[in-house]
Design a protein around this ligand. Structure first.
Ligand code: GLC
Ligand code: CA
Length: 568
């Protein structure tokens, strides 16, 4: 009863806020925060979201048909992974035309329809800009490889080999094997840090920069409100091509381990990103980075220090904590929160095993899925969800090598089964193929879709989906969760993560039990200015649904989430 009442109150707040945010899209709030700082982002993998024409592959009209679902969930912006024309060697991350839509996914008219349908619902569209490389079928590359003197020759990185059959240096592809492909026609090698069908663009050529910035402006004009910049770490290489230092051991592909000193994270890339930021600023757009940094200092560089660079470089270090470790999460959160930039929290994406499997213990997976949500959706910063995470979708890895679609899985089999498992169709209902398509989908859904789907979870008040919805409503409504500072608590506890989000004279307390045993925590928040001895529950997974708890003795069931208001 109490829960129902609370939800309807919260929903009233929700509709008010969305109307407000649609009316004033680029306005800053009282804290000087911009739209993307309070938006909840949601990554959509277009091949796998919804299939409107039943050919087994998701498409833009499919996405448009699900915007009401996303709005109802509490999503403000969707990041679409690439849907440009592409030979699909790397499922769209090999772009053969940056200013069009692949017929697999629809047309530019479908795209415009999606943008305007999004606008009506206060949902912004973010595209994926694949800056490091194009497809080898892009006109630029076709011309580039046609002769050593072609107009686009210098748009890519061509070099002579060290000798017959020997690449120019020892650089290794992220997808395995040498990072060079020989072109017999012109007798030179081209550099590609990913697949051979993904030649690296030469960003030292100002014409490349101009062409890619024109692409960005072209999409801004079409209503795109930002980009997720793919593989930015790899944009520049040392033009002298020195061999990289070799490290002990071999990779999962059997290559020598290597410090990618001369072909990743070169300082020149920051200049490009800062110039791109100017174009983004002129369009009220946000730049999100796929930034695989080793430490927080590297991440800080992407914010630009004194210069304006990426508003939202993703803290992907967060996704490398692969166990429920309170000290490790505290350390990561403190680092991101103290970076000086606006934190960006991600727990899974199309390249990483789903969080449901990474953190689940096989027994309490649903509780743990709620626990993870209870953490990353209540931190100071912007969360980026991954489609299906909100229903607790699990990985469905291929069982046989011949079923693998992802090139990474074909090279890495069986050690690395590739990324198909985390890219399976969204599970909408319990009909064939989880309601994604009436045709056989490009990747199979796991048998668990029968109960693990949107329709079923909407009916179940205790589902992961309902928990996400409640959380997102809370986030939207409560200024402490939107604006408040992050104050870590219980820092000596090995199994409990807890913190205060304090905003002016209000605060929200978040307590998370990261263990399978009951935990008791005692809080004295007088020092933080909140001496009221009790907490008023906002949202919890505790089976007793207490309305209030004494701060001196907060009891948490295994993997429980407790979120409450505290008072002065
Ligand atoms: C990024 C993408 C990944 C892709 C790679 C090459 O890491 O997220 O899916 O394979 O870039 O474009
Ligand atoms: Ca389709």
């Amino acid at each position: 009863m109490f829960r129902k009442f609370r939800l309807s109150c919260l929903l009233i707040g929700l509709s008010f806020f969305s109307l407000h945010s649609v009316a004033a899209p680029s306005a800053k709030d009282a804290e000087g925060h911009e739209w993307w700082q309070h938006a909840v982002f949601y990554e959509v993998y277009p091949r796998s979201f919804a299939d409107s024409n039943n050919d087994g592959i998701g498409d833009l009209k499919g996405i448009t048909s699900k915007l009401d679902y996303l709005k109802d969930l509490g999503v403000d912006a969707i990041w679409l992974t690439p849907c440009y024309p592409s030979p699909q060697v790397d499922f769209g991350y090999d772009v053969s035309d940056y200013v069009n839509i692949d017929p697999l996914y629809g047309t530019l008219a479908d795209f415009d329809g999606m943008v305007s349908a999004g606008k009506k619902r206060g949902i912004r569209i973010i595209m994926d800009l694949v800056v490091n490389h194009s497809s080898d079928q892009h006109q630029w590359f076709l011309d580039s490889k046609s002769s050593r003197t072609s107009a686009h020759r210098d748009w890519y990185i061509w070099r002579d080999g060290k000798g017959p059959g020997q690449p120019p240096n020892n650089w290794i592809s992220i997808f395995g094997g040498p990072a060079w492909t020989f072109d017999a026609q012109t007798g030179q090698w081209y550099y590609r840090i990913f697949y051979s069908g993904q030649p690296d663009l030469n960003w030292r050529n100002p014409r490349v920069e101009k062409a890619m910035f024109d692409v960005a402006r072209w999409w801004f004009k079409r209503g795109v409100r930002g980009f997720r910049l793919d593989a930015v770490d790899t944009m520049f290489e040392d033009p002298k091509l020195p061999d990289n230092p070799v490290l002990p051991g071999t990779s999962k592909y059997g290559d020598p381990n290597m410090d990618n000193k001369y072909n990743t994270k070169l300082p020149e890339l920051h200049g490009v990103l800062q110039r791109l930021r100017k174009a983004a600023d002129q369009n009220g757009a946000v730049l999100i980075g796929e930034t695989w940094t080793k430490n927080i200092d590297e991440l800080k560089l992407y914010y630009g220090g004194g210069s304006r660079e990426l508003q939202m470089p993703m803290d992907l270090m967060f996704t490398t904590v692969n166990k429920l470790s309170a000290p490790e999460f505290r350390r990561q959160i403190a680092a991101a929160d103290g970076s000086g930039g606006w934190p960006v929290y991600v727990i899974s994406n199309h390249d990483i095993m789903r969080s449901y499997n990474r953190y689940g213990d096989g027994e309490h997976n649903d509780q743990i899925a709620k626990l993870m949500a209870g953490m990353y959706l209540t931190l100071r910063g912007t969360p980026i969800m991954y489609y299906g995470e909100e229903i607790g979708m699990e990985n469905n890895d291929p069982k046989r090598k011949e079923d693998v679609k992802d090139p990474v899985g074909r090279v890495g089999w069986p050690v690395d089964k590739g990324r198909d498992g985390e890219r399976t169709p969204m599970q909408w209902n319990d009909s064939a193929n989880a309601g994604f398509s009436t045709a056989d989908p490009w990747l199979p859904v796991p048998p668990s879709f029968k109960t693990r789907n949107v329709e079923a979870e909407l009916k179940d008040p205790d589902s992961i989906l309902q928990f996400y919805k409640h959380l997102l409503i809370l986030r939207r409504q409560d200024p402490s969760l939107r604006e408040g500072e992050y104050i870590p608590l219980s820092e000596d506890r090995p199994d409990v993560v807890s913190y205060l989000r304090r905003y002016k004279n209000q605060a929200v307390l978040v307590v998370l039990n990261m263990s399978g045993t009951e935990q008791k925590v005692s809080f004295d928040l007088a020092k933080q200015g909140f001496s009221g001895g009790k907490a008023t529950t906002l949202l919890t997974t505790l089976s007793t649904h207490p309305k209030e708890v004494p701060l001196a003795a907060v009891s948490l069931e295994p993997f429980a989430v407790y979120i409450a208001k505290v008072t002065k």
